[in-house]
Each structure stands twice: as structure tokens, then as C-alpha cells.
Design a binder for this molecule. Structure first.
Ligand code: FES
Ligand SMILES: [Fe+2]
Length: 405
């Protein structure tokens, strides 16, 4: 552990913002990539992005490139996009369709499972079986594709077990991507997650969102609205289990996985400009219950599940001071654009909200870079941001305390 990292970790105060060095020190960024992004399960996309054998797309993070491809057997594979000959990228477009993956440098040809199938002018003594593309671990959860770079990754089953029930009514395995959009943010990735995890800023920054969302209401009013949502849940096809509030349950659920269903205000039914539905009901949901569910699907992937659409947020570092915020809008796979939904209405709320977030996060980045920035105390409305920072510090401490090798 470097002296800078050691001093920063030692100086962390729970309940306070992070010291500026956490955003500025290059050794911190490198430690985070190794400790978090190359060890955690990462959401990379939805299975509908690769419907046919041979369909693929690239997922890029931390200088690595991964080919997410549907194999001939129907399974989704994740292959490191590094040729086993002399290391060229194999696939170079953002997505494509091929029956074989061919490296354009010298023509080595791989199957959709990554196995080396052909390599011209190579000695017969070379065992092709030893030169397949490196395969990464892949798991599916309700149609959502997760990968893990680690040779021996942490178990996926905890995420799957805890999140299967709250996700089930939306049947995301029978959903499709209606739209994806990337919002590049000129800020450290932690600032984007810290911001996502609190709604202290929602009143000042998000007038559109705050019409129907946000928790800055008297507790009694909030509880009364929540009771109504829970009472409507069974008729809507949402079980009591799915509407329980377990966002900050200590221990089992938390930063890496969790959910919380809460009421939309003023009789709104969905996350839209006028609160009215913007797409057909998802999955087994039979009616609008007046609620929405926050989802945590890993420390850098979040979601909002409305009865008619699901919005997924993924934050990916692109450097120490650059983060991609990619939003995916999922709707029922049978919905037809132009007939059952239109993109302008579907995407309006989270587009306008994310554009505002980009602005406030970038101002935050500029401020924490000041020589005189001193971390301040977090408010009651930033409990989840505090929990994220606690989790982050623990992850870094655990990784840097581990023996090398
Ligand atoms: S580097 Fe790929 S075939 Fe040579
Ligand atoms: Fe925001």
C-alpha cells in the first residue's frame, strides 16, 4: 500500500465526505480498478442485445475490452478481446454479427465460444486448444448480463437470491431495450455514485423528478402513501415481499444489492412528464400500484422499476476524472415503438434528470480538486451515500491488506 493511500484510508471519517486525495491520487484510482472493478460482478447489458447466435457487443472498462457474444449453443459468452497470437484486438466495432471471430491482424479465427479454430502457417505442433480467447465468468439475472474478470470471482448467488424476487414481476427476461444513452461526466466515478445514492440534491436540482419522487415530505405523509401502495400491491401483481422496504437493512442487503419500493406522489403512475403510463405493463404486473422500486445491482449499477418500464443506470470509470453514465430503458418485449410507446415520452424524465446531474457532479469535481477543500458532514438524507463510502473504504482496505499475488 502506498503512503498516500495509507494516509487517506487512515484519515477517513465515517459520516463525512471523502478527502480530496481520493479523487486526485492516481494510485487510488489504480487500487480501485483492481479492488472493485476487476473483482466485482459487472452489469454489461441485456440479453436482447444479442438475440441470435453470433450477435456480439463490446464492453470496455479500465483499458480492457470484452466481447459479449451469443454462442451457437445459445449461451452468452464473455471473451477477452485480446488475440492469443500477438495481442491485437479481435473485434473493433461497438457491436456486430459474425459466425466466427477473426483477428484482422494475421487472421487467427475463433469460434463463438472463444476456441481457436484456425491459424494459418502455424506449426502442427502448436496445440490450438491452448490458445482460445480468455473466457470471463458470465451470469444472467432476469435477462441482465453480468461478467466478472476474476479467475475466482465472489459468488453471484447472493445477488441472484436477493434480487430474483423483487425483479420477478417485471419479467425482464421478456423485456427489450427500447433505448440506451450514454452521458459522459467529467468527474471521478465515486462522485457519480455518491450523487446517485442521495436525494438531498433532488429538491434544488431536479424540479421535474421531485413532482412525483423524492422523500423530503413529512414522515407521516410518506408512510400513509406507502401504506396505500402496499395495499394495492396484491391486485397489481406485486407481492408484499416485493414492496417491502429493505434499502438500508444492515448486513444482508445494502450497497451491492437491495431494493425499496416507495410511493409516487400526487397520484402519478409512472416516471414520466405527466405521471401517466408511457408503455404497456411489464411482466406479470396487472395494474399500476402508484409505486416505483429502487434497485441496486452491484455498487455501480442501479435501477428504477416502474410498472411499465425499467430504467437501468450504470457508472463506468473512463479515467480518474471521467465516468460514463449509461442509461438503458427496458420495456415489454411485445411493445411496439410508435404504437405502444414513443421514445421522447419514455426517456424524458431520466434524460432531463441526468443532464442536471451531470452539471452538478462536474461542479462537485471541480470543487473537490481545490487545495483548500475539506470534507463536510453528510446529512440525514445522505445515509445511503454514507453507506456507499463505508463500503468503498472497506473494499479498499480489504484489497490493500490482502497479501500480494
Ligand atoms: S495478433 Fe491476432 S492474428 Fe496476429
Ligand atoms: Fe440527481
Amino acid at each position: 500500500m502506498t503512503a498516500g493511500l495509507h494516509a487517506l484510508l487512515a484519515g477517513f471519517r465515517p459520516g463525512f465526505a471523502l478527502q480530496g486525495g481520493f479523487y486526485a491520487d492516481p494510485t487510488i484510482y489504480e487500487a480501485e480498478i483492481g479492488a472493485i472493478f476487476l473483482r466485482s460482478w459487472l452489469y454489461v447489458g441485456h440479453q436482447s442485445q444479442v438475440p441470435r447466435a453470433g450477435d456480439w457487443f463490446l464492453h470496455e472498462i479500465a483499458g480492457e475490452s470484452v466481447i459479449v457474444v451469443r454462442g451457437a449453443d445459445g449461451a452468452i459468452n464473455a471473451l477477452l478481446n485480446v488475440c492469443r497470437h500477438r495481442g491485437s484486438r479481435v473485434c473493433v466495432a461497438a457491436s456486430g454479427h459474425d459466425s466466427r471471430l477473426v483477428c484482422r491482424y494475421h487472421g487467427w479465427t475463433y469460434g463463438l465460444d472463444g476456441s481457436l479454430r484456425a491459424a494459418a502457417h502455424l506449426s502442427q505442433s502448436v496445440a490450438k486448444g491452448d490458445y482460445g480467447l480468455r473466457r470471463l465468468h458470465v451470469r444472467l439475472l432476469e435477462g441482465l448480463v453480468f461478467i466478472n474478470f476474476a479467475a475466482d470471482p465472489p459468488p453471484f448467488d447472493e445477488l441472484a437470491a436477493d434480487m430474483a424476487a423483487p425483479l420477478a414481476p417485471y419479467a425482464l427476461g421478456k423485456a427489450k431495450v427500447a433505448h440506451r444513452q450514454n452521458y459522459p461526466i467529467a468527474a471521478n466515478w465515486k462522485l457519480t455514485v455518491e450523487n446517485y445514492c442521495e436525494c438531498y440534491h433532488c429538491g434544488p436540482a431536479h424540479p421535474e423528478y421531485s413532482v412525483a419522487h423524492g422523500r423530503a415530505v413529512p414522515p407521516a405523509e410518506f408512510e400513509a402513501e406507502l401504506r396505500q401502495v402496499m395495499a394495492r400491491a396484491p391486485d397489481a401483481g406485486l407481492t408484499q415481499h416485493v414492496v417491502r422496504r429493505s434499502w438500508l437493512d444492515a448486513g444482508r442487503l445494502g450497497i451491492e444489492r437491495g431494493f425499496d419500493r416507495y410511493p409516487l406522489f400526487h397520484g402519478q403512475l409512472s416516471g414520466s412528464r405527466d405521471g401517466q403510463p408511457v408503455a404497456p405493463l411489464l411482466g406479470t404486473i396487472r395494474a399500476f400500484d402508484g409505486g416505483t422500486t429502487d434497485l441496486h445491482l452491484g455498487a455501480t449499477t442501479f435501477g428504477l422499476a416502474y410498472c411499465d418500464h425499467v430504467v437501468l443506470y450504470r457508472f463506468t470509470p473512463r479515467g480518474q476524472h471521467a465516468t460514463d453514465c449509461e442509461i438503458t430503458w427496458l420495456v415489454n418485449e411485445s411493445a411496439v415503438e410508435g404504437r405502444d410507446y414513443n421514445l421522447a415520452d419514455l426517456t424524458w424524465l431520466w434524460d432531463v434528470t441526468t443532464i442536471a446531474d451531470k452539471t452538478i457532479i462536474e461542479r462537485n469535481q471541480e470543487g473537490v480538486a481545490s487545495r483548500w477543500y475539506v470534507p463536510g458532514p453528510l446529512s440525514e438524507m445522505e445515509a445511503f451515500t454514507a453507506a456507499f463510502l463505508d463500503w468503498y473504504i472497506a473494499a479498499l482496505r480489504a484489497a490493500t491488506a490482502a497479501p500480494a499475488g
